[in-house]
Design a protein around this ligand. Structure first.
Ligand SMILES: C[S@@+](CC[C@H](N)C(=O)[O-])C[C@H]1O[C@@H](n2cnc3c(N)ncnc32)[C@H](O)[C@@H]1O
Length: 322
C-alpha cells in the first residue's frame, strides 16, 4: 500500500538522544501522523466481537489477491494493498477511516485509526523468524493482537492451530481486510482439499465459513475493553501464543497491552513481539517497552532476531517469569 511512513509532528525527545536513534532517524522510516495524533484522543473504541460474514469477499469490489511467500512457509493469500487502497474511497465504513487515511495521508490517527490497513514490515520479520525456527502451531490456541491484515494468525491457522482470534482496533480493518484475507486463505485450502474429493462440493463458501466459524474469532476495539470482553467469556480464553507486530509505538498503550499479556497468556505460553527499535513521531519503541516490562517484573524478555538494515528492528519473546 502506498501509505508512506512519515512524520509531521514534533518529536518526543526522551529516546532520540542516543546515537543509534539519531543515525536511524537520518536513514530510514518517518512516521506520518496527522495533527490529530499529536494529542492522543481519550475516547476509545469499545470492544466488539464480529460475526463472520458468510462471504466477506463479496462485500469488497474489485479486489485482487496477492500471494506472500516466505521461505518454506505455506503461501499466504491476502488482498493486494495498492488495489485495496485505490478502491477504498468506493467503499463505505462507519468509522470513516478509509477516507481519513487517504485525505490525511496518515499511517496512524491515534484513537481513530491505528494503522491496521497496511502490512507493516516487522510482520515480515516475525514470519521469517517463524520460518527459521520451524515453529508449528498444531493444537495451539493463538491470538493475533493488533492483527491488521492478519498474516501471522493466518499462518497459525494454516499450520493447524485449533483456534485463532484476530483483534484489531478498527472494525473496518477486521471486516474489510482481516476477514477477507482469512477467508481467501481458507478458501484456497478448501479448494486444495476438494480437488481430491469426489464429487466436489458446491457449497464452497458455506464450507469455508463453517471452518472459519469453528476455528476463528474476530474482535475490534481498544485493548482495555477487549480484555474485559474476553474475561467475561466463559471460560475466558488463555492463549498458547500471542503474536503482536508493530504495536508498541505509543507508550500510552503499554499498560493495556501488558495487561492483555498478563491475563490472556497461558501459564506456559509465549508472546512473539516484533517491533522497530524506535518510532519517531510517536515516541515508543523496544527500549521503553522493555523498561516497562522490567518494572512490572511479570515477564522475561528474550531477543530472538535483530534486523540491522535501516531503522533497527527486532523480534523478541515474552514468557512469564518462573
Ligand atoms: C501499526 S499497526 C500493525 C498492524 C500489523 N500487526 C502489522 O504488523 O502489519 C498497529 C496495530 O495495533 C492495533 N492497536 C494499536 N493500539 C491499539 C489499542 N490501544 N487497542 C487496540 N488495538 C490497538 C491496531 O489495530 C493496529 O492494527
Amino acid at each position: 500500500m502506498a501509505f508512506c511512513f512519515n512524520f509531521d509532528i514534533p518529536l518526543q525527545t526522551e529516546e532520540t538522544n542516543d546515537k543509534e536513534s539519531k543515525d536511524d532517524k537520518a536513514k530510514d522510516v518517518h512516521l506520518k501522523c496527522s495533527e490529530a495524533s499529536a494529542t492522543f484522543s481519550k475516547k476509545i473504541k469499545d470492544a466488539v466481537e464480529h460475526q463472520l460474514l458468510l462471504d466477506p469477499l463479496s462485500h469488497i469490489e474489485n479486489w485482487v489477491p496477492e500471494t506472500i511467500t516466505i521461505g518454506a512457509l505455506p503461501p499466504l493469500l491476502c488482498l493486494n494493498e495498492s488495489v485495496f487502497e485505490k478502491t477504498a474511497p468506493e467503499r463505505e465504513d462507519s468509522e470513516e477511516i478509509l477516507a481519513k487515511t487517504l485525505t490525511q495521508k496518515s499511517d496512524l490517527i491515534s484513537g481513530v485509526y491505528e494503522g491496521g490497513l497496511k502490512i507493516w514490515e516487522c510482520t515480515y520479520d516475525l514470519l521469517e523468524y517463524i520460518d527459521d525456527a520451524g515453529e508449528t502451531f498444531a493444537g495451539k490456541r493463538v491470538l493475533d493482537l493488533g492483527c491488521g491484515a492478519g498474516l501471522l494468525g493466518i499462518l497459525a491457522l494454516k499450520r493447524g492451530a485449533t483456534k485463532v482470534d484476530f483483534q484489531d482496533y478498527n472494525s473496518t480493518v477486521i471486516e474489510q481486510l482481516t476477514m477477507p484475507n482469512v477467508f481467501l486463505s481458507c478458501e484456497e485450502d478448501n479448494e486444495n482439499e476438494e480437488e481430491n474429493s469426489s464429487p466436489p462440493s458446491k457449497r464452497k463458501s458455506l464450507n469455508v465459513s463453517k471452518k472459519l466459524l469453528d476455528h476463528c474469532g474476530f474482535f475490534s476495539g481498544d485493548w482495555k475493553s477487549f480484555l474485559i470482553l474476553m474475561q467475561n467469556k466463559t471460560p475466558s480464553p488463555k492463549y498458547d501464543i500471542i503474536f503482536t507486530s508493530e504495536t508498541i509505538y505509543n507508550t500510552d498503550y503499554y499498560s493495556s497491552l501488558h495487561n492483555v499479556f498478563c491475563d490472556l497468556l497461558a501459564e506456559n505460553g509465549i508472546v512473539y513481539l516484533s517491533t522497530k527499535s524506535h518510532y519517531f513521531g510517536v515516541g515508543g519503541g523496544l527500549h521503553l517497552f522493555e523498561k516497562f516490562v522490567e518494572q512490572n517484573n511479570v515477564f522475561q524478555i528474550r531477543y530472538l532476531k535483530d534486523v540491522e538494515q535501516g531503522l533497527k528492528r527486532h523480534v523478541v519473546s515474552l514468557k512469564f517469569r518462573k
